[in-house]
Design a protein around this ligand. Structure first.
Ligand code: C2E
Ligand code: MG
Ligand code: MG
Length: 695
């Protein structure tokens, strides 16, 4: 800006400065200059000293008094002699340079240039300052908004700053934190506040060497005295010669994470369904028991419990019912043991109990008996009465196993043996069980192979006799299996086939074979009109409806009246009565095939179920026939016959071995009998021989 009351001077200055290529503002008077300064950014003012109304010094003073203009450099242009008083006045009023008229162009230009450069630098500086300020604001914002607590600590361990998150997590106000020794009352790891020495902390020692210190298991104490789990990192700042100026401590409250971790830990050790220890906890527990036994030279027991028939419940009533049952079983198991015994669920329907203490041998048996007794009482789940039981294997350490693996293996073997011995019992491990288990496995492999091609299977037939006239009015088809020349009992391989699911295949073969045999006999012999073949059906075969279509197909294929086929189901079907089972049974019945309830009296069926099943025949179990010579035994058979008659069912007595049994049954007006007294189960050829004689 050029200020001069004489236009000619202004023009002269303007033309001199033109070559600098800067924008020039012209003012004719002090007031005009001041008003222009208000609205323009000016880098330098060339100010005439002598002007009417308001001289240059006045203008300069007013400029200095205003914030916007106070820092603008002024070069006074004066015609007055350079005496010192003038110069001082000029400096006092804020001028920085003097030029006297007439102006030497070179001096003017070089001076103006310098000031313009200075202005340029100033602007750049302001710009940089602005950037720094912005950066600072941004960093502050970051510090304020991060979720982690950030605390600055000086080399003496005194807090120099804390962000809002730190205040919040620790529960202190900023001024309560700053200036305080970090360990004295705020943060401790495992040391007590009174034992705390900054220079002995891990933070200090690590930061001194220029290294960060990280910990995910720190514990900080809040204002309220609560100890909170934290994860933190301490980073040293500007380290030189083994000393740092500050430490920045960043920390996170991990209470929530700890909770989840604890929960995960719990889940890793406990079974969520029953709350019992799981396989992991069991593994730890048995190792501890072994260590204790080694130390005290004592013996302890492991009970391996597997529920009987649990899978059927799960398959037929669904997983929800299965889960409920497992919880109820857990309650009962818990009531069988002392609080110091350890009970775990290994998965599925497998439970273990570790028992330590005195008289361990009898204690283990006592607990096993109690478990069996408690578990045979029926359970009530979803309005179903459920009968299960358990098979228990017992093993003692150190007598029967060298380590935990062997213990589990041997207990499992003993349990397996209990299952094979008819279930619902316990077995103590014996060395030769190993071979038995191996044999069983071998047998299972053979059964698998045989059932694939249904080879090695054939049917025997046991005649069914009408009591009134002693005539054979039917046969029961009984499955035989002879792999590699050795006959295996159905009592051994049928449960195995049921457990492995092979029964589906084998059972279908039995139906096909029996039907095709009946067709041949009908062609070769003059069979009685009401002759029938009874086929045993496993409850597993009732789990899907394919058995219905199979029966229908075989009846059509061999042109057999449905009334010539009778299906025998055991009483367990009644116990596992599910909608699915019942439906399949009704569908079979609807074909015209009659249905017999086998082994009646051995299960637990309630009488009311009998009326709900589509039954035609009741077969009294052999065990009752055997007891008929006693008064009570005879009374039971009499009652069963009466019950059957009341329900309009035919009665068959199984296992009749003596004439007196036969006569008693005749007296009780039992309809049919089967048993060795009349005939053992016969091969096809022998059966045909019998037909030839009789018919
Ligand atoms: P079950 O259906 O009750 O068959 C009667 C069993 O008693 C047969 O044993 C038979 O040989 C035997 N028995 C008959 N009369 C007498 C007697 O007077 N005294 C004695 N001590 N025993 C007698 P088996 O053939 O060993 O069959 C055992 C069980 O295996 C059968 O009992 C049946 O539940 C099952 N089973 C046999 N064949 C099949 C089949 O094809 N499918 C299915 N699912 N099960 C079958
Ligand atoms: Mg039978
Ligand atoms: Mg039977």
């Amino acid at each position: 800006m050029l200020v001069d009351d004489r236009p000619a001077n202004l023009v002269a200055l303007e033309s001199l400065l033109e070559e600098l290529g800067v924008e020039l503002l012209l003012a004719n008077s002090g007031p005009e200059a001041l008003s222009l300064l208000l609205t323009n950014d000016v880098a330098l003012v060339l100010l005439d000293v002598q002007m009417p109304d308001m001289d240059g010094y006045e203008v300069a003073e007013l400029m200095r008094s205003r914030k916007k203009t106070s820092m603008i450099p002024i070069i006074f242009v004066t015609a007055i002699n350079h005496d010192e008083s003038h110069v001082f006045k000029g400096y006092e009023s804020g001028g920085v340079e003097f030029l006297s008229k007439p102006i030497e162009p070179l001096i003017l230009i070089s001076k103006v240039k310098i000031f313009l450069q200075l202005d340029n630098q100033k602007q750049q500086l302001e710009y940089s300052l602005d950037e720094v300020q912005q950066l600072k604001n941004r960093n502050e914002l970051l510090l304020r908004s991060v979720g982690e607590g950030i605390v600055g600590i000086d080399s003496e361990g005194v807090i120099t700053f804390a962000n809002p998150a730190a205040e919040m997590i620790l529960g202190y106000e900023l001024d309560q934190l700053v200036g305080v020794a970090v360990g004295s009352k705020l943060m401790v790891t495992t040391v007590l506040p009174e034992d705390y020495v900054w220079r002995q902390t891990k933070i200090y020692r690590s930061c001194r060497t220029g290294k960060k210190h990280h910990s995910d298991v720190g514990v900080f104490k809040t204002k309220s005295g609560k100890m909170i789990p934290v994860e933190y990192t301490a980073t040293p700042v500007s380290i030189s010669e083994g000393e740092f100026s500050d430490v920045v401590l960043i920390f996170k409250d991990i209470t929530e994470r700890k909770k989840i971790e604890d929960q995960l830990n719990y889940m890793a050790q406990y079974d969520s369904l029953t709350g019992l220890g799981n396989r992991n906890l069991f593994a730890d527990a048995i190792e501890s028991s072994i260590l204790r036994a080694e130390h005290s030279k004592n013996t302890f027991a492991l009970l391996f419990i597997d529920l009987d028939r649990f899978k059927q419940v799960n398959d037929s009533l669904g997983h929800h019912a299965g889960d409920t049952l497992l919880r109820n079983v857990t309650d009962r198991l818990n009531s069988c043991i002392r609080s110091c015994d350890i009970i775990c669920r290994l998965g599925g329907d497998e439970f273990t109990i570790i028992i330590e203490g005195k008289n361990i041998y009898s204690a283990a048996e006592r607990v096993s008996e109690k478990v069996l007794r408690f578990l045979t009482v029926p359970f009530s789940v979803d309005n179903h009465k459920i009968y299960i039981g358990a098979s228990i294997g017992i093993v003692f350490y150190p007598d029967m196993a060298k380590n935990s693996n062997e213990m589990i293996k041997h207990a499992d073997m003993a349990m397996y043996q209990a299952k094979r011995d008819g279930r619902n019992c316990f077995k103590i491990f014996e060395p030769d069980m190993k071979q038995q288990v191996e044999k069983a496995l071998e047998l299972e492999t053979k059964l698998r192979r045989s059932s694939g091609q249904t080879k090695d299977f054939f049917l025997y037939y046991q005649p069914k006799i009408r009591v009134s006239d002693g005539k054979t009015i039917g046969v029961e088809a009984l499955l035989r299996w002879k792999p590699e020349g050795e006959m295996i009992s159905p009592a051994t391989f049928i449960p195995m086939a049921e457990e492995t699911g092979l029964i589906q295949n084998i059972g279908a073969w039995v139906i096909e074979e029996a039907c095709s045999q009946l067709k041949e006999w009908r062609q070769s012999f003059d069979l009685p009109e009401d002759f029938s073949v009874a086929i045993n059906l496993s409850v597993k075969q009732l789990n899907d409806s394919s058995v219905v279509s199979l029966l229908e197909r075989e009846l059509t294929r061999h042109k057999l009246p449905a009334s010539m086929i009778e299906m025998e189901i055991t009483e367990t079907v009644v116990m596992e009565k599910t909608d699915q089972n019942l439906q399949v049974l009704c569908d079979i019945h609807a074909l015209g095939v009659s249905i017999a309830l086998d082994d009646f009296g051995t299960g637990y069926s309630s009488m009311s179920y009998l009326t709900q099943l589509p039954l035609n025949v009741l077969k009294i179990d052999r065990s009752f026939v055997m007891e008929m010579h006693t008064v009570q035994g005879a009374a039971i058979v009499k009652a069963i016959v009466a019950l059957a008659k009341g329900l309009s069912l035919k009665v068959v007595a199984e296992g009749v071995e003596t004439e007196s049994q036969m006569l008693t049954l005749k007296d009780l007006s039992c309809d049919y009998v089967q048993g060795f007294f009349y005939s053992k189960p016969l091969s096809c050829e022998m059966m045909e021989e019998r037909f030839r004689k009789e018919l």
